[in-house]
Design a protein around this ligand. Structure first.
Ligand code: SAM
Length: 355
């Protein structure tokens, strides 16, 4: 039997290596994950991880859940389905969710490529659905933000309303699909990037350090002023996501006319949790400034780069890719003023049941 720790080191790569914070967010949801699977007495238990990326950040989470199921229900056949988009590194995902078969018999892992905006498994199929840090990207592009790169850091009220409207449409759709897939009595746990009542969100910790989104925008604007991007590209440089508030997360569950509510999806519990920047913490311990600046820049780049690449009309004719310059400058800024940088997470946990 393999050591789980060694498996984590050897099987994860790419996404997991660049997102230390995402694993901490999942770890903090383990207590509710264990609550969700308590008392499942079916002989055939089906669980699913939606938007799992390479699956590395959730290995420990799933290991604890499977162990609990196996102790309380030793005869059960347990299946874990990993989901992400077709374009994802799904080979690594299937490897990472398969590691549990080294520890348990009567365990199978499956891969389900596709979008969680669609129904992904048959109706009344799942005992437990889980998703972490995946449901903040908009399903349809909103192009009304022209004076910033992130709507929450901007002062653009009209764009805020457009993003909020799309985000709520998307969230209703996501919950409606999950309400179809869950068995009656099945549970759903979502762990999502959010904004709290003080308007704090990933990149904005209420002024303890610089707002990361303002800094990204500031550099993007510099590139415009230096003629390295056109005004059209400047306007198109928009991060197409939205960090929902607790009220927005709860809205389909409080609305008796929503499709998910009509389909039986109900709120059990919700909470907001905070995760301090792991790169900052490590720097405070080891004082390695280069490692801090690189690590922080790379984690920011991992989720924002594609938005800026998509804004460019032509890369091939340029001497230098302006998006590379953006992240080089970001790293330089972090290095020159490290005390003023941190990427702290605000995450919303929502536990639901299909009745
Ligand atoms: C930030 S990663 C989170 C990965 C992992 N759940 C974690 O918490 O570490 C977000 C993942 O969601 C996936 N994703 C985004 N939109 C999706 C969709 N519509 N359907 C399925 N996966 C999606 C992305 O491809 C990406 O792998």
């Amino acid at each position: 039997m393999f050591s789980l720790y060694l498996m984590v080191i050897s099987m994860t790569k790419g996404y997991s290596e660049q997102t230390a914070g995402a694993k901490l967010c999942i770890d903090l949801a383990t207590d509710w994950g264990l609550d969700c699977i308590t008392g499942i007495n079916s002989k055939n238990i089906l669980m699913m991880d939606f938007g799992a990326a390479d699956g590395g950040t959730a290995i420990e989470f799933w290991s604890k859940l499977i162990k609990k199921v196996k102790i309380s229900n030793p005869e059960a056949y347990v299946s874990l389905i990993g989901n992400d988009l077709f374009s994802n590194d799904n080979k690594t995902l299937i490897n990472n969710i398969s590691v549990h078969s080294n520890s348990y018999q009567n365990y199978s892992s499956f891969l389900c490529g596709g979008s969680f905006y669609d129904q992904l498994v048959p109706s009344e199929f799942l005992d437990f659905g889980f998703s972490a840090t995946a449901m903040h990207w908009l399903n349809k592009k909103v192009d009304s933000l022209h004076n910033h790169t992130h709507v929450l850091a901007s002062d653009n009220k009209e764009a805020f309303e457009d993003f909020q409207k799309q985000a709520l449409l998307d969230w209703n759709q996501i919950l409606f699909m999950r309400s179809k897939e869950l068995k009656v009595g099945g549970k759903l746990l979502t762990v999502n990037l959010s904004r709290d009542s003080h308007n704090r969100y990933l990149g904005n910790n209420g002024g303890k350090t610089l707002n990361v989104h303002d800094q990204i925008h500031n550099i993007w604007h510099e590139l415009l002023e230096e003629g390295l991007i056109t005004s059209e590209e400047y306007k198109k440089g928009t991060i197409q996501n939205f960090y929902k508030s607790p009220e927005e997360f709860l809205s389909p569950l409080n609305n008796k006319n929503s499709e998910s509510y009509k389909n039986g999806l109900r709120l059990i519990e919700e909470r907001t949790v905070y995760v301090d920047c792991p790169y900052k913490k490590e720097w405070e311990k080891n004082n390695n400034l280069d490692e801090f600046a690189s690590g922080l820049m790379e984690t920011i780049r991992s989720w924002s780069r594609h938005s800026f690449i998509a804004a460019l009309s032509d890369i091939s004719s340029r001497k230098e890719n302006p998006v590379d310059i953006l992240f080089e400058r970001l790293k330089k800024r972090i290095k020159s003023d490290p005390n003023n940088w941190s990427l702290d997470y605000v995450e919303h946990h929502l536990m639901m049941e299909k009745v």
